[in-house]
Design a protein around this ligand. Structure first.
Ligand code: HEM
Length: 540
């Protein structure tokens, strides 16, 4: 009897569980359908903002975004619908694009605290660049940025410029030697220019930011280059989607950077879909190991009178000052310091390496601009092969070339912000939680400002700027405001030093007839074929 009763009770509770599962599944389906199909079509305050069709019910325009060249769909939409565009992401997630200076001023400058980087973006950035300026916001960000600002002061940059030349001269010497070794040296040699730009910029940032001699130019199996290369190969729309899906699960971002998962990465790699994650774990571990090494090599804290203002000295100094003021304060731990090293390693070389590769590509396809640049820089180098910061800054055509290249092919082609509260932008009611897509590449090539040839490379346009040009918002490659690029001035002066040395010594041409560039982007926009270019000695 007892057992018959308990069987009935068991059957009843199973039935209840069964109902609960059905109710939960029904609710999730309803919520998904409501979010993806009903709300954006019938209730969203953004439903009347112009933009492309809703796309697929679950994926919106997601595939148009990840399968096309970065920012090209947004550019087409802006041409068709104007400077405010709405597009749909996954499961009804609404994205807004604004191109006007007024809107960008509000989002990036005036109300920057209302529009922080979205959490998912910060999680991804934290994975590659650690917990630092890129991932924090508000007061913590203000404090860290204030401590670091002297690293990019003009006197500091003037002192740093001299340090660029050792790696640059190594690069020139390697290219020269390899061209000489060819059967017909006068015809030059094809080099994967992105690889070389990555190496020279890594050596420069290691030296100028941390006083660390990396010398990956002479060492093809250098751990840092191998790790960053491996990460670069993983940068595709599909892998990014996998990463975003993975990171959306709480705890996954932290796990990916953990030593435990590194030890078990081969197990992860056994599942074919997860193989890119196992490579990512490996790269992250290698980069963290070197960052720790860099920190260990920098244990001496500069005293108060020290004139050393490289990034590492400033960080050590800030930590010492904090501990002196309050010995029990939570000054940066060694782990937090490693994260700062990661931030500058990643940001300090990727942008300049991509920027330089794109500039060489554009010059290889515009021989007149290349010739004019050589004519400007050659006498400068003949007088002094290590021109200083002010000399580089004063070269007019060099400035035009760098500005124009960064405008047409910006190394960081887009970024995102999220509305933390409901607000109006350009008269559009933007509900809390709306994603703001800042398509830098589209802003930089907006015909309304730059005219009909906006998408073409014409350095001379910087000598006669259009009426609608706005110095802060028309070339937006470093964005602006409290989260604007920390290394802007350094990046530009570094690009100029590398470019001027290369153009004085070499001529650049496409590697083969009909060559086209293939920009591939996840975080930064790089040439997906490593940019092969034919390099030959400048004829006397
Ligand atoms: C051509 C080269 C470069 C370009 C185009 C570039 C562009 C950018 C952009 C667009 C951002 C904002 C990203 C966002 O908000 O989503 C940014 C942020 C940042 N960049 Fe650069 N960057 C370059 C070089 C550098 C260099 C050389 C350094 C370091 C020495 C650097 C350090 C940083 C840091 C630390 C941030 C975060 C700033 C903050 O939020 O306070 N960048 N960069």
């Amino acid at each position: 009897m007892v057992s018959a009763n308990s069987s009935v009770a068991e059957a009843q509770s199973l039935l209840q569980l069964h109902y609960l599962v059905w109710i939960a599944a029904g609710y999730v389906t309803y919520a998904l359908l409501y979010r993806a199909l009903v709300y954006p079509r019938f209730f969203s305050p953004l439903r009347s903002v112009p933009g492309p069709s809703m796309g697929s019910p679950l994926f919106g325009q997601y595939f148009a975004i990840v399968k096309n060249e970065t920012c090209i769909p947004q550019r087409e939409w802006a041409k068709q619908y104007g400077p405010v565009v709405r597009w749909m992401g996954l499961v009804g997630k609404e994205y807004l694009v604004f191109l006007s200076p007024e809107a960008l001023q509000q989002i990036m400058v005036k109300d920057w605290l209302v529009y922080p980087r979205p959490q998912i973006m910060r999680d991804i950035l934290e994975l590659v660049a650690g917990y630092g300026l890129l991932t924090i916001t508000g007061d913590a960000h203000k404090q860290l940025r204030k401590a670091m600002n002297p690293a990019c002061s003009i006197p500091n940059l003037m002192a740093q410029t001299e340090m660029y030349y050792e790696p640059i001269e190594r690069l020139v010497e390697i290219l020269n030697r390899q061209i000489k070794g060819e059967a017909a040296p006068e015809a030059g040699k094809v080099f994967q220019m992105f690889h070389w730009m990555e190496k020279v910029t890594l050596d420069i940032i290691c030296e100028t930011a941390f006083g660390y001699k990396n010398n990956c130019l002479h060492n093809p199996s250098n751990e840092l280059v191998v790790a960053f290369d491996q990460m670069q190969k993983l940068q595709s729309g599909e892998n990014m989607a996998l990463l975003i899906a993975g990171i959306s699960i709480p705890g996954v971002a932290r796990a990916l950077a953990s030593d435990w998962l590194y030890r078990h990465r081969n197990l992860v790699g056994k599942i074919p879909t997860l193989r890119p994650l196992s490579l990512l774990i490996d790269s992250l571990h290698r980069i963290r190991t070197i960052s720790r090494e860099i920190l260990r090599a920098n244990t001496v804290v500069p005293d108060d009178r020290s004139t050393k203002k490289d990034i590492m000295s400033l960080m050590l100094h800030a930590r010492k000052a904090e501990l002196n003021a309050n010995p029990i304060s939570e000054a940066m731990s060694d782990m937090a310091m490693v994260d700062q090293v990661l931030t500058y390693l990643a940001t300090g070389h990727e942008g300049p390496a991509s920027g330089l590769s794109w500039t060489l590509w554009l010059l290889a396809n515009d021989l007149e601009s290349q010739r004019r640049l050589r004519e400007e820089v050659t006498p400068i180098y003949a007088a002094n092969p290590r021109p200083d910061y002010r000399t580089l800054k004063s070269l007019e055509w060099l400035d035009c070339v760098v500005n124009e290249s960064l405008r047409v092919l910006p190394p960081i082609p887009q970024t995102f912000r999220v509305a933390e509260k409901t607000d109006y932008i350009e008269g559009v009611l933007v509900p809390k939680g709306t994603m703001i897509n800042i398509p830098i590449r589209v802003i930089n090539t907006w015909k309304h400002v730059w005219g009909e040839d906006a998408e073409e490379f014409h350095p001379a346009r910087w000598l006669n700027l259009p009426k609608a040009y706005n110095p802060t918002f028309s070339q937006f490659s470093f964005i602006t405001g409290p989260h604007g690029c920390f290394g802007k001035t350094m990046a530009v002066s570094e690009m100029k030093a590398v470019l001027a040395s290369l153009i004085t010594n070499f001529e650049f041409a496409p590697a083969y007839a009909g060559q086209v560039a293939h920009p591939a982007a996840a975080l930064t926009m790089k040439p997906d074929d490593n940019m092969p270019l034919r390099v030959s000695r400048v004829k006397a």
